[in-house]
Design a protein around this ligand. Structure first.
Ligand code: ATP
Length: 384
């Protein structure tokens, strides 16, 4: 097992914008690290540089204390699991798992021992004589991981391994990968653009944008303390609302009501004028369902509900608004990058399913103002 250290890694294809732009990241021995970001942010390129499939333009890649920039992939002893698992259709499960050991001319008894050991961990014993075509997607995934286990690789690298699977199988495989990684305790780097995978699998998540690291943190910290608008908008579903707000004293005036800031937040934004306030949909509640104890610690928003969606345990309410021009310009690029055009035209509120709010009617929402984030609309920085 090994620690992976990246120091000022740059990848320049041709003379355009660097695909990976000065990335420094330490992945601890045994850690499960997720690389996540929108299409083109450089996550696959970074993974391919770790494994040695892509040259590094500048910077140092250090694995297990050794600089590996000039090592070929097979010298690095890492194991990459691809989207399509790369299994050999004509070989049995046993021989697919044994494949890397046969290549290294290991003696037969040792091959049997190691394959059997991997089959134990992966619960593949009863399938060892079958061909990949007769396995489910989940079983194929386990065979691919078996191949990595027998080699006693120092780290697992995954490049969107679940993106070809349907939603149900993806959920099952996600749990399976998490369980295996914990059991084996092997350093793992996992690329995805799926935020559910990012949030559920990783010990830590590295969010990339245009080749640069935005934030590296635990899933919880990313969710609760995003450093900027990009991370705040990328993590969370439905996404965080960004409402334009004017600061007057300690109060933020938004299109739907005023938010009184606590002392810490007020101090952090003092002297500003136009701001963006970040509110996750679940920070709201139907005001008529909030008791008198809780009511005073939050803010009351009034708005006309455009559309509601009922999801069984909760419901979403969509509330259109018009942002001032200077804000719209700032949010346009962000909404394009996050593939969420509605981001600057409507707010999404998530409330209890028992709420009696109606489409086309005014409603009152209670907002937990102790949770709101306030962003600089120019730099995108989270000021709170
Ligand atoms: P996706 O989720 O779409 O796979 P990604 O975040 O993994 O995206 P990369 O595949 O690493 O992104 O690509 C990062 C940038 O580098 C993109 O702008 C891409 O067009 C560019 N790029 C990737 N591979 C090459 C290549 N072989 N030659 C030139 N440019 C490349």
């Amino acid at each position: 097992m090994a620690e992976i250290e990246m120091k000022h890694i740059v990848k320049q294809y041709g003379d355009g914008f660097p695909a990976v732009n000065d990335v420094s990241l330490d992945i601890a021995d045994g850690e499960f690290m997720i690389l996540v970001g929108p299409s083109g942010c450089g996550k696959s390129t970074l993974l391919r540089m770790i494994v040695g499939l892509e040259d590094i333009t500048s910077g140092d890649m250090v694995i297990g204390g050794k600089r590996v920039n000039d090592q070929a992939p097979r010298e690095r002893n890492l194991s990459m699991v691809f989207q399509n698992y790369a299994l050999y259709p004509h070989l049995t499960v046993f021989e697919n798992i044994a494949f890397p050991l046969r290549l290294s001319k290991m003696d037969d008894a040792e091959v049997r021992r190691r394959v059997n050991e991997a089959a134990d961990v992966l619960e593949l014993h009863e399938h060892l004589e079958r061909k990949p075509a007769n396995l489910s997607g989940g079983q194929r995934q386990r065979v691919a991981m078996g191949r990595a286990i027998v080699r006693q690789a120092e780290a697992f690298l995954f490049d969107e391994p679940l993106s070809n699977l349907d939603a149900k199988l993806r959920g099952q495989m996600r749990t399976e990968i998490a369980r295996l990684q914990r059991r084996l305790g092997i350093t793992t780097v996992y690329v995805t653009h799926d935020q559910t995978e990012a949030m559920t699998l990783g010990d830590r998540v590295c969010v990339l944008r245009k080749g640069k690291i935005q934030q590296v943190a635990s899933p919880r910290e990313l969710y609760e303390q995003p450093v900027n608008l990009f991370v705040a908008g990328f993590i969370g579903s439905p996404p965080m609302n960004f409402l334009p707000a004017r600061l007057e004293g300690r109060s933020l005036t938004t299109p739907f009501g005023a938010i009184e800031l606590d002392e810490r937040r007020a101090k952090a934004v003092a002297g500003r004028d136009l701001l963006l306030v970040g509110i996750r949909p679940e920070y709201f509640e139907d005001a008529s369902l909030v008791d008198d104890v809780k009511r005073p610690v939050g803010s009351i928003f009034r708005a006309r509900v455009d559309v509601t969606e009922w999801l069984g345990d909760q419901q979403y309410a969509y509330i259109p608004y018009e942002a001032p021009e200077e804000i719209t310009t700032q949010l346009r690029e962000l909404s394009r990058e996050l593939d969420s055009e509605e981001l600057r035209t409507q707010a999404i509120v998530s409330i209890d399913a028992s709420s009696r709010i109606r489409e086309g009617r005014e409603a009152e929402f209670w907002l937990d103002s102790r949770k709101v984030h306030v962003f600089d609309p120019q730099s995108g920085e989270n000021l709170t």
